[in-house]
Design a protein around this ligand. Structure first.
Ligand SMILES: NC(=O)c1ccc[n+]([C@@H]2O[C@H](COP(=O)([O-])OP(=O)(O)OC[C@H]3O[C@@H](n4cnc5c(N)ncnc54)[C@H](OP(=O)(O)O)[C@@H]3O)[C@@H](O)[C@H]2O)c1
Length: 260
């Protein structure tokens, strides 16, 4: 880190999230505990916007940061890299960070198991914040889902419904997969606790078909930023927990907080 500034490199600066993060940094929002500056703006290899000032992408004045596809040229210009791009290229940016001992915030979704193992291994060498969703509301839902599932998970039919804009590449969304993972893991731990209890005091456990059968329903439509509903349906009542993102700003703020 240089002085009191945290210098950020943003990848995918032509993308929806990349632009939002650049905008947030240059607006210099006061909510962050430390001053954040844009250290580098990275775009796809051989794209014709390389060499242009990044301000042109967000209809701002000249910002003094030139868009580049040359990672070596900017390796001394930043402390943390923020990446919202696509899985294959994200892991290339990750390797670059490992090789240069830089920290990384990863917001890209759609990783496979091999990618995830690469991220896990890299986390032993550099600082990584990796989340399928950087909004505070969804982080809270992740916590609530664990508790709700402990209480009514095994007596409910559980479905996850997610809606996103029609340009989104991965399906289902990374957030829906994280939600599914939390619910399945919680149901499994509830089940194994009950089995242990039944060994001790003969409590019988009613197995539930929901455990590994948490369905995700995906809708791709219009310009919806991102909506997730988890439905717990029991006999005579149902609980729905919903998050609606209406502005990508929330993800940009979350990623910048993660960088700090
Ligand atoms: N974790 C969260 O909170 C959160 C929130 C929102 C989105 N996301 C995820 O973030 C990712 C980006 O979302 P988005 O809506 O910003 O998508 P987007 O608008 O399609 O932007 C993708 C960016 O990645 C770049 N890119 C794609 N392939 C590349 C490659 N091979 N080499 C270099 N750059 C490449 C694109 O460059 P070009 O313009 O040249 O194609 C573009 O700048 C997605 O995985 C999305 O699901 C996560």
């Amino acid at each position: 880190m240089s002085g009191t500034f945290l210098r950020i490199a943003v990848t995918g600066v032509t993308g929806r999230m990349g632009k939002e993060i650049v905008k947030c940094i240059v607006k210099g929002e006061k909510q962050f505990s430390q001053e954040i500056v844009l250290g580098a703006a990275i775009a796809r290899l051989n794209t014709n916007i390389c060499g242009m000032d990044v301000g042109t992408l967000i209809n701002a004045d000249t910002l003094g940061v030139t868009i580049t596809d040359n990672l070596e040229s900017i390796k001394d210009n930043f402390d943390v890299l923020i990446d919202f791009t696509a899985p294959d290229v994200s892991v290339e940016y990750l390797k670059f960070c490992v090789n240069n001992n830089k920290n990384i915030v990863i917001g890209t979704t759609g990783f496979n198991k091999i990618h995830k193992n690469l991220i896990l291994n890299a986390s032993h060498k550099i600082g990584i914040v990796f989340s399928s969703n950087f909004s505070i509301g969804v982080a809270l839902i992740f916590k609530l889902l664990h508790r709700i599932t402990q209480i009514i998970g095994s007596t409910s039919d559980i479905n996850i419904i997610e809606t996103h804009h029609n340009k989104k590449r991965d399906i289902p969304s990374g957030t829906a997969l994280t939600m599914q993972n939390i619910i399945v893991n919680t149901l499994r731990s509830v089940r194994s606790n009950k089995i242990m209890d039944s060994n001790l005091d003969s409590t019988t456990y009613a197995p539930t078909s929901s455990c590994d059968n948490i369905l995700i329903h995906s809708i791709r439509a219009g310009n919806v930023v991102g909506e997730h509903t988890v439905l717990f349906a029991g006999l005579g009542e149902r609980l729905e927990i919903t998050h609606k993102a209406s502005d990508r700003l929330i993800f940009a703020h979350g990623a910048l907080r993660a960088a700090l």
